[in-house]
Design a protein around this ligand. Structure first.
Ligand code: BTN
Length: 324
């Protein structure tokens, strides 16, 4: 774990009390000057760390940091978030880190969570805006015993879990856009990036990355018309730790349903939440654009669309826009 991450964990643990530079140095096994350098970087990054001669450092405003201790307080899951939580103040991408851990044997249910991402990634190699301490940037490791071609089912399962979290905790009117966007008032609130590794026809691991805009006050110009946050939609700030706990609970619940009863209950709930069936849409797929009416989502989560000529298409990857 990076030095600055350990410092934040120690200061947060001290609950606003002073922690001396020496004791931090001892805990991390590094010199005083290294601690001073980390602290100055953290201050630059907006952590409200107070310094006093002879006393050391104290974290004044603990925001709502996503440290493991806070996530685990009242976490109602069996495995998700119970075993391993890797906490970072800053990382390139939680998905990259989770893939690395998964490839090295991390168990199902392990999560990587970061306060900020410098290279947060979305579908189609897009960037995911990941400012410090405003959103949730979380990757969950799964090891489902399913065929690799069924991995997209995990994406739909995740979208349902996120939607249930937001509906139950906040009562938000939202829509799932195929395959994996969570929209409020037509703007994107959350996205899911599922990445898989398989060997000899079997899944080794699936990493499910969730980006959820929680307390983000403002977005850069290029996405300000298409992105939104819970703060922007409701005018209120929300506890990210509570949202993470609830999301892990819903996700585990639906994952268990999926493993024991198959995909059908998930598909049914997805269709209720997405309200896309019967809509006229345009789908920008990899090779071409389709226009027509959505007829169904099939058992692999693919979109079934009938075009004006009556031809039926099965689309596995693309961006949907509703035709009004
Ligand atoms: C999309 O809608 O295009 C998917 C966005 C997924 C973003 C999340 S944030 C946590 C995880 N780490 C990443 O680099 N991406 C996902």
């Amino acid at each position: 774990m990076a030095g600055r991450d350990q410092i934040v964990l120690h200061l947060e643990e001290a609950a606003g009390n002073w922690v001396s530079c020496e004791s931090l140095g001892d805990k991390l096994g590094v010199s005083r000057s290294t601690i001073v350098r980390h602290i100055s970087r953290l201050k630059e990054d907006g952590y409200a760390i107070e310094s006093a001669p002879n006393k050391g450092y104290a974290l004044r405003e603990t925001f709502d940091l996503l440290v493991p201790r806070r996530i685990r307080q009242g976490l109602e899951t069996k495995a998700f978030g119970k075993k391993e939580i890797v906490y970072c103040t800053e990382i390139d991408s939680t998905n990259l880190k989770a893939k690395d851990l998964a490839a090295n044997g991390a168990p199902e249910g392990a999560i990587v969570i970061s306060e900020k991402q410098t290279e947060g990634r979305g579908r189609k190699a897009r960037e995911w805006f990941s400012p410090p301490r405003d959103g949730i940037y979380l990757s969950l490791i799964l090891r489902p015993n399913i065929a690799p071609r069924h991995a997209p089912r995990i994406t739909l399962l995740t979208a349902v879990s996120v939607a249930e979290t937001l509906r139950s905790l906040i009562g938000l009117e939202l829509a799932i856009k195929w395959p994996n966007d969570i929209l409020v008032n037509g703007k994107k609130l959350a996205g899911i990036l599922t990445e898989m590794s398989s060997e000899k026809g079997a899944i080794d691991y699936v990493v499910v990355g969730l980006g959820l805009n929680v307390n983000t006050p403002i977005f850069p110009d290029d996405i300000k018309d298409t992105a939104t946050s819970l703060l922007i939609e409701t005018g209120k700030r929300f506890s990210r730790a509570e949202l993470v706990r609830d999301y892990l609970k819903w996700h585990e619940r639906y994952y268990e349903i999926f493993l024991s009863m198959g995909f059908e209950p998930i598909r049914k709930r997805w269709k209720e939440l997405a309200e896309i069936i019967g809509q006229q849409v345009t789908v920008a797929a990899i090779d071409r654009e389709y226009q027509g009416e959505v007829q169904d989502i099939d058992e692999d989560g693919a979109l079934i669309l009938q075009d004006k000529a009556g031809q039926v298409h099965r689309i596995t990857f693309g961006d949907v826009s509703l035709l009004r």
